[in-house]
Design a protein around this ligand. Structure first.
Ligand code: NDP
Length: 342
């Protein structure tokens, strides 16, 4: 079997030198374990954080360790009554062609219910993140206005579609004219702005102000950076900001240099939160898995009926995962980024 290991820690944006594609011995499933041949692997922005040796909500990948990832594949050997060869399973198998995990850490996937790739995106962790963050911390109400960036990704597209179905005005922000077209034509956003088309946060704010004539009630935060600076002054009283991610600053090791460069001073942010009575909630989806069955019950039928759409961007070959990952962090993906491993 093959895997991609973390060869070194990046300083700034990751480079190919930070990854090592290599053969490793095939594991043998012990009592209660299941061996899976991976078909598709997920690439997600959180993996950038795992490459840094920084204190966070999750431990970093050690140097020489397998890069972390959720993946889905076919059971080829099982020492558990819960799985038999031929079953499909989702698990945290990492950037690897095969994975061996205890059965209790796997989720059985029924390929007749939905394509197995959906377990990585629209019906997996990212789709669940969008739904959960919106419902619990966004507290959407019909007639309100919602803004979300990375609008065509699996998180942003779920947020926008659920909000639209609930009767909100939805305004997406995405990188490039083609993604903006996807946001409005495929995902039903009322409007979408290309953040790359505006040199400054001030210019983006002027365009957002036109797109949101009644102000912004919910800003679902995926990116930070210029978009955050543009949005904050447009927030309405009692607005809500679920903080899901801040990808514009991941290479800056979180806040720090990136935030300062965007002109987002702490006093200015703090003052807006106070005088507009904003609710700002950070959340990490791993604390919410108890809600996952409710999410699937509600959203899986809407995906099956086409009421909720999804787009997947499938790269070929595990050896191409590092390049695909680096491209995704800069917006090279069109929809949920997946790697076809076999
Ligand atoms: P996407 O598939 O949307 O990929 C990331 C996208 O971020 C890129 O395609 C790009 O889209 C956008 N982007 C990158 N740099 C910038 C920038 N400087 N300014 C604006 N946009 C930028 O990712 P996901 O849908 O999987 O994830 C979205 C966010 O949600 C991420 O921040 C991620 O870390 C976070 N997340 C948080 C979780 C949690 O538990 N809190 C769980 C899952 C995800 P474009 O080209 O359109 O700009």
């Amino acid at each position: 079997m093959y895997r991609v290991a973390l060869a070194s820690r990046p300083s700034g944006a990751p480079t190919t030198e930070n990854f090592r594609y290599e053969p490793v011995p095939m594991p043998e499933p012990a009592e209660g374990e299941v061996l899976v041949r991976v078909h598709y692997m997920s690439l997600d922005p959180y993996m950038r954080g795992r490459m840094d040796d920084a204190k966070s909500y999750a431990a970093p990948v050690p140097i020489g360790g397998t890069m972390e990832a959720g993946a889905v594949g076919e059971v080829i050997a099982s020492n558990s009554p819960a799985f038999k060869p031929g079953d499909f399973a989702f698990g945290m198998f990492g950037w690897a062609t095969h994975g061996c995990l205890p059965a209790k850490m796997l989720r059985k996937i029924d390929p007749d219910q939905a394509p197995i790739t959906t377990s990585l995106g629209v019906l997996g962790m990212p789709g669940f993140t969008g739904w959960q963050g919106l419902m619990e911390y966004g507290r959407p109400k019909a007639g309100e206005t919602l803004v979300v960036a990375a609008a065509t990704g699996p998180v942003g597209s779920m947020v926008g579609q659920v909000a639209r179905l609930m009767g909100l005005r939805t305004v997406g922000i995405a990188g490039g004219a083609d993604k903006c077209r996807m946001a409005t034509e495929t995902f039903g956003f009322d409007d979408c702005l290309d953040h790359r088309a505006y040199a400054t946060a001030k210019d983006l704010r002027a365009a957002l102000s036109d797109a949101c004539p009644d102000g912004i009630d919910i800003y679902f935060e995926n990116v930070g950076g210029k978009v955050l600076e543009a949005v904050i002054p447009l927030m309405n009283n009692f607005g809500r900001i679920p903080i899901c991610g801040m990808i514009a600053w991941y290479d800056a090791g979180g806040l720090g240099a990136g935030a300062a460069a965007e002109g987002l001073s702490a006093p200015a942010l703090w003052r807006n939160i106070l005088v507009k009575f904003l609710s700002v909630n950070g959340f990490i989806i791993s604390n919410h898995w108890n809600r996952f069955p409710t999410f699937l019950n509600e959203i899986a039928p809407k995906v099956a009926s086409g009421e909720i759409k999804y787009v997947e961007d499938v790269a070929e070959g595990l050896e191409n995962a590092p390049a695909t990952f680096m491209s995704m962090l800069k917006g090279g993906n069109h929809g949920k980024q997946i790697v076809k491993v076999i």
